[in-house]
Design a protein around this ligand. Structure first.
Ligand code: ADP
Length: 711
């Protein structure tokens, strides 16, 4: 019991020692080195982060400083002085970018009443629309009203034409003369006097082009369109060239029309030119028309820009300027105006004494494309030059403003919003070094982790193997002591009987012959049992010492089986066993060790006998199964529990039950059976059911190269 408990404790002790002396210290050491490493990394990271904060702030200041410089340059007073007289160069300037070449973006100029002075577009001219009393009461006025009455109410175009002619000669100004001329042209057209009408409109276009009619439409445009119409009526070849020229002039802003009038005439002219295209006339005109149409119209842009200024910018500007009027600080300011999916950044300034006694207002709408693609990258490049900083400019959704793609932002980065410029973007500042540090740290943690885990796993595996070996060793030791006990008992019984009957034969001389025979039989039987036992022990010890040698010879296996069975039959029958044999004859000769195979059969028969206390039936079969010879010993004894089947072949192992305890045995029989079978290149199979019996099959290959070699 003492030995037993000592053995059970041993593996536990070793595991404990392993845990305390190797495993835990290694784990602690690993953990400490990892944590020191990550602390050091944190410290470096913190230094870099604070550095990042300082550098980021400085970078933002530099960017805004550069934007201020640009703004200052653009909002200079001289630039606006230029805009005040855009026609100086005998050319219409619709956009400041044409006027001031180095400025991307648009400038605008407002007068003291917040009226847009630049860009210059068409304005209402009320003097043309409404005539004063002196005009209405003059001879011209009276004649003109009568002419209009005849034309529109009476539809008497000839009389109206006469009256309009009189108006022309009595008109007090060239403007009124032009209006009367238009009336004359209309009446001539209505009375289908095309040739005369053509002359009138030619005169109107040539000499009165820049004057406007009462709907504020320039006669220059009206004349060209009417001449085109007259040509059509006269079925003459239309003058598309002059229409195309007019189209170009309008788009370039030669005629300062109001938006509605511009859009009306552009649609009108485009439909004329489209019909020219459809009719397949003048390929050159077609080509120029398409080229023009595909470009954006400068005047339309000016109109849109002015509309934006008037509707969206001026109200906000007034508000801001009102507030700065309260504080008395008129500094340049900025407005961010959302436009559709984008936004518009406006910088503005007050222009004090722009005109004697009047303050004007100048403004600049930034060109965001050039800001994104040229200005900001230039500024960032300047900042990045001497640092290790990385800059990314992203919008509110985290997309890069240049590429429009989602930016992968480093975890350790600084996100800064613009302070002075209301740009809806953020500046992401990160440090190249931090990124490298992060990557290295991640890699190191990964490798350390793997190393530590592998170490721990290997240690645990080692500990497991040691513990298993120890427990196996202690089990063997236990079995060995049991073996010594069993074997002594096994030796003692036959020896006692041999001695007893030997002495009886020696001392009693008057023994009957039957008694004598019984004594000799017992002595022979017990000495056979003894020699079987000793043979097993000797075989086992020579196997253990590696000295077991087999004497393989080609021979008839069935003969050996038959002979062995015959010599054992007596024991079986004496114990009351029914024997059933089925020995196939005609098996091919194989290589085997006759003695060894006989000992296999004897061991199996001996077990069948020992473990069949009630139903005493033994069957021995030898048959061929494909390429194997199978020697099968079956009994109807106590059987073996499924969990024990794999263990019964271990040395010294004996199943713990009443029958095993009662019957003698060394626990070596099946170990030898297995060893011998395997030495013949075969294997052993057990089918057993408790209380039903067991079948042991020794399967030997008919062609056995191993045994042939050893022959
Ligand atoms: P033993 O000397 O105990 O017979 P073996 O190695 O021959 O040793 O057998 C090991 C154990 O296997 C036996 O103690 C017994 O418990 C079990 N055993 C072997 N053969 C049989 C069988 N035919 N029926 C039931 N149990 C068996």
């Amino acid at each position: 019991m003492k030995i037993f408990s000592h053995r059970v404790l041993a593996p536990r002790k070793i595991i404990l020692i392993f845990l305390l002396a190797i495993f835990l210290p290694s784990l602690i050491a690993g953990y400490l080195s990892l944590s020191t490493f990550s602390k050091r990394r944190e410290a470096v990271k913190k230094i870099l982060e604070s550095n990042l904060w300082l550098s980021g702030e400085a970078a933002l200041n530099s960017i805004e400083g550069a934007l201020f410089d640009h703004e200052k340059k653009v909002l200079s007073r001289e630039n606006f002085l230029y805009l005040k007289h855009p026609h100086k160069a005998q050319q219409t300037f619709l956009s400041s970018s044409l006027l001031l070449k180095d400025i991307a973006g648009e400038l605008f100029l407002l007068d003291a009443d917040f009226q847009v002075i630049f860009p210059e577009i068409g304005r209402e001219d009320t003097s043309v629309l409404q005539w004063g009393k002196e005009v209405l009461n003059s001879q011209f006025g009276r004649l003109f009203q009568r002419a209009e009455y005849d034309e529109f109410s009476e539809k008497n175009y000839l009389q109206a034409a006469q009256l309009y002619k009189k108006c022309i000669s009595s008109a007090p100004s060239k403007q009124l003369q032009a209006i009367a001329l238009e009336g004359l042209g209309r009446c001539l057209l209505s009375s289908k006097k095309y040739d005369e009408a053509y002359k009138v409109y030619s005169d109107l276009g040539r000499n009165y082009g820049s004057y406007q009619n009462r709907a504020a439409h320039p006669f220059g445009i009206i004349a060209i369109l009417q001449l085109y119409e007259i040509d059509r009526q006269r079925s003459k070849e239309a003058n598309y060239e002059s229409v195309l020229d007019l189209y170009k002039q309008m788009r370039d802003g030669v005629w300062l029309l109001k938006p509605a009038a511009y859009d009306f005439y552009i649609t009108e002219i485009e439909s004329i030119l489209n019909s020219a295209v459809n009719e397949g006339n003048s390929p050159e005109i077609q080509k120029s028309f398409h080229e023009l149409r595909d470009q954006s119209s400068p005047y339309r842009q000016a109109l849109t820009f002015t509309d934006l200024i008037e509707r969206r910018v001026i109200p906000k500007l007034r508000e801001k300027l009102f507030l700065s009027g309260i504080t008395g600080k008129f500094e340049p300011g900025r407005l961010l105006i959302p436009v559709e999916n984008d936004f518009c950044l406006i910088s503005y300034t007050t222009l004090a004494e722009f005109q004697p006694g009047e303050t004007f207002y100048g403004g600049y709408c930034w060109d965001l494309n050039s800001l994104k693609k040229e200005l900001l990258p230039e500024i960032l490049e300047d900042i990045t030059k001497d640092t290790d900083l990385l800059f990314q400019m992203v919008d509110q959704t985290g997309r890069n403003i240049l590429t429009g793609k989602e930016e992968s932002i480093s975890k350790i980065s600084l996100s800064l919003s613009y302070r002075q410029f209301p740009l809806p973007w953020r500046l992401i500042v990160s440090h190249r070094e931090i990124n490298v540090l992060e990557r290295t740290a991640r890699r190191e943690i990964f490798f350390y982790g793997i190393l530590l885990t592998t170490m721990a796993a290997l240690m645990l595996l080692g500990a497991f193997l040691i513990a298993r070996d120890i427990s196996r060793e202690s089990e063997t030791t236990r079995l060995q002591s049991e073996f010594v006990h069993n074997i002594s008992h096994e030796l003692k019984t036959p020896l006692t009987l041999i001695r007893l009957y030997g002495e009886t034969l020696q001392r009693k001389e008057d023994l009957s012959s039957a008694e004598k025979r019984k004594s000799y039989e017992i002595i022979t039987k017990e000495s056979e049992r003894l020699s079987h036992l000793i043979n097993n022990v000797l075989d086992f010890s020579s196997i253990e010492m590696g000295r077991k040698e087999f004497n393989f010879k080609k021979g008839d296996l069935s003969q050996v089986v038959r002979d062995t069975l015959e010599s054992y039959r007596y024991h079986l029958e004496k114990k009351g066993f029914g024997i059933h044999t089925e020995i196939a004859s005609g098996l091919p000769q194989i290589n085997f060790d006759g003695e060894a195979i006989a000992s296999v059969l004897v061991n199996l028969l001996s077990n069948a006998m020992k473990f069949s206390p009630r139903n005493k039936q033994v069957s021995v079969k030898l048959f061929r199964d494909n390429a194997n010879a199978v020697l099968q010993v079956a009994d109807k004894g106590i059987g073996i529990l499924p969990g024990e089947v794999s263990k019964i072949f271990q040395r010294f192992y004996r199943v713990k039950n009443k029958i095993t305890a009662e019957t003698g045995g060394s626990g070596l029989g099946l170990t030898l059976v297995k060893y011998i079978t395997e030495a013949h290149g075969g294997r052993i199979q057990v089918e057993s059911e408790p209380e039903k019996g067991s079948v042991f099959s020794v399967i030997l290959p008919l062609a056995n190269p191993e045994s042939e070699n050893t022959e």
